[in-house]
Write a protein of this length. Sequence first.
Lengths: 256, 250
Amino acid sequence: MRSILDRLGWRGWVLPLTLLVLAEAAMRIHPVESDALARPTDVLNALAQGIANGSVLRLSAQTLAAALAGLALGGGLGLAAGIWFGLSRAASDAASLSVELLRPVPSVALIPLSMLVFGFGFRMEIAVIAFTCFWPMLLLSQAAVRNVEPRLLEVARVLGFAWWERVLKLILPAALPRIFVAFRLCVGIALVVAVTTEIAANPQGLGYALMNAQQSLRPDLMFAMLLWIGLLGWGLGAGLLLLQRAWFRHSLAQQP
Amino acid sequence: MKTRAIVSSVSVSVALLALWGVIAKLEWISPIFLPGPAATWQSLSDGLRHGELLHLTLGTVERMAYGWALASLIGIALGALIGISPLLRAWLQPTLELIRPLPASAIVPVAIAFIGLSPAMVLIVIAFGAVWPVLLATTHGFANIEPRLHEVGRVLRLSPLAFIVKVGLPNAMPDALAGMRLSLTVSLILAIVGEMLASQEGLGLAILQAARSFRSADLFAGVVLLGAIGFVSNSLLGMAERRALKWKQI
């Protein structure tokens, strides 16, 4: 990554910066009253104001809380099921048809259902996020457990481990690097689903603020929220990738 | 062994279905929220027979397919250009990397502001969101062409276009197809979100309206149909992928 950035160098930044400067200049020379366009400086201004008065922080906390709670619920269940299915071929065979039938249900199709059951608020958003995170976590942790060196399991049998000792002392540590990769992917998914749920239905968090800014004809605020959502997702992803490199560099060395 | 796995997986699915029926029958969960399998089936078959549900399903499938086709075309074309030319890659890739992580649904408000609530808006949002998996995969496929193939192309004096069509595309096809499969899932999700937000006729809007008027059987029927669309489209593309890549497996 480093070397790619170095090699690409300054040229990559020319296009976005030129576009931004051109937009700024054009809108200063020809001031436009538009519901869709805003000067880049106005956008930055709106974002700075939002950060200064605390509203961006409050909205981010709502979105992130829902995303993480949903991830904890769905990802936790998915991890438990994934470990079980990874260890027991019979269990994964038995569940395979049900998984294949339920997994393709699009996450957003559950927004109306969740709305019907829970009304608006955290619970409906958490339910949708949990359903979405369950499946990738299940499949990836199942694959992670399958990938554990089988001789470790033989050692466990020789040592007479109980099933929970096997899981806690051998399987989890051995599969942890790949499970962390699954976790990183699921954090991104959870954030996207949280924002989507808020845009489509749930009146809270960053997604709703973005939608609201559009509907109240504030393009500067709209782009500011969009920018912030992008920064948040990018920051989370980059942070987790750094952690992954720091903790699991060796065990994931053969993977991209 | 194989048949035992099939028998056990079918029986687990049937057991889950029966559990759903029992829960609904005993009304452990209020029937306002949870209709039984029978009620869902009733709503599904009525809706399909009298046309309304079929019409909505076709609307959603059409939206998904057009958006996906658009995304695939743009993704493969742009991916081929960026993948084949290191110069273009240096100028364009960072910009694309900046836009890519944005949640596609977050583009919806911006698209509404620019285009308004129209079918074209939904189509553009789908194309925008679904283009990334294809674009990345195709770029990767083109960037990793065996260097000796480049030499062969030079020796044969292939024009850049001929090189892309005759060497690059077949080479990038496995990657591109995998990306297209991923973007089909994204397309369905965005078609549903777009319908909900822009009030375009389709299953997405239908299930939202069913939830608002507490018609839970219709809501479940819609969710089942959307699941079926996801399942069928994914399986079809999986089959196409295996067929198209037969030459790769020796």
